[in-house]
Design a protein around this ligand. Sequence first.
Ligand code: SAH
Ligand code: SF4
Length: 431
Amino acid sequence: MNEYDSNRISDLFKANGYLESSDSQDISCYILNTCHIREKATEKVYSDIGRLKKNYRNKSKPFVFITGCVAQAENEEMIRREPYIDAVIGPQSYQNIPNILSSLNNKAKKFNLTDFEVIDKFDKLNSLKNSDTNVSAFVTIQEGCDKFCNFCVVPYTRGSEYSRSPEEILKEVDHLVLNGAKEITLLGQNVNAYSYKKKTNLSDLILKVGKNKKLKRIRYTTSHPKDMTDDLINCYKHEKKLMPIIHLPVQSGSNVVLKNMNRKHSREEYLDIISKLKKINPEISFSSDFIVGYPGESEKDFNDTISLIKKVNFINSFSFIYSPRPGTPASRMKMVDIKIQKKRLIILQNLLEKIQIKKNNDKIKKVEEVLVENRLKNQTQYFGRTKDLTPVILNNIGDDEIGNIIKVRIDKCDKKSLFGRKYSSEREVAA
Ligand code: SAH
Ligand code: SF4
């Protein structure tokens, strides 16, 4: 979502006569769009500003804006700690950036915009065309969270759940498709909690988006198990453009830990969703997020997570050591020893990697449908993705295939990617 937000912030600037620059030595305004989900992400903010200060030591100071969830969580404190910052702007206030810039151009002043103005934000952004021209594009449909898992900052930084209107979403999708998008990923912190005026939910929206004739693939992320309703599960029967992979974070395979996390679902309920989906389409794959070493996690709890991973055979997953976030209930609980956390993370990541390599190897000599996204920088190779989002590197095609779904014969793989060539049945026969 930060990638989507950064693009929209860039659109806001462009609409106000500014140009984006990748030259970090000669800019008039520097925007750092930040993530607060784990401590590491937050630390990066201050080290980035340190680097910027060095670059501009003998030059006129650029305006420095901090946007995103660190700005929301730390607000005034950031300006006190680092006076080089001119404005802190929360994720629901970035529509105000052009006004702040023009005020700053007139007189020196600091700005703190961290109210939750989500309706105002989307009202202003809706009138601004999304300039993304990627083959695979994002559209935010939902923001915020009302679930309050005990470890998570999102409800405090992104605010409560908000869903955009289907009309505005469809308009943005149509525009992106006109710009060349062939795949749309619908985004939200709790994307499957999407509900517009209790009339349109995510499954209705997917069917509406699917009506765009030129659009070839639909994805959505990130889902919460609690909102994986039957109508959404059934959507995999009705909408062929909906890709057969679901990112469904489980965090832990232990019921004790899930309860301590306030996840609002059990291991059994989670597995039940998986089997319902597999019944509809056995080809559906699953990816997930895992938190390792959550306060109170015992060896048995950890082994429950390992057994869940073996049961579901997740691909493309993310795993993190628990990071205590200020103000969250879990941050007041006793931490698991860091050595144990690290040891468990290695075991878990090795297992995820082993499954991924096996799944990648299983694709060798098979033919996969790949959406070609772009040419790799300074190379003759091309990049695309299979239906289940696995990256594919391609050799024997040209720019004319960008945006097409082509059949690819997979020759080899490494840990993360597949390598293949466009499949033509005649050539295969001749070979
Ligand atoms: N809404 C989604 C997740 C959004 S946050 C869900 O409910 O699953 C993205 C991921 O960051 C989470 O799935 C979790 O694995 C990780 N995360 C969030 N807070 C964390 C913390 N305090 N420490 C470590 N990982 C965390
Ligand atoms: Fe955070 Fe997701 Fe839990 Fe909401 S549901 S609090 S976003 S982990």
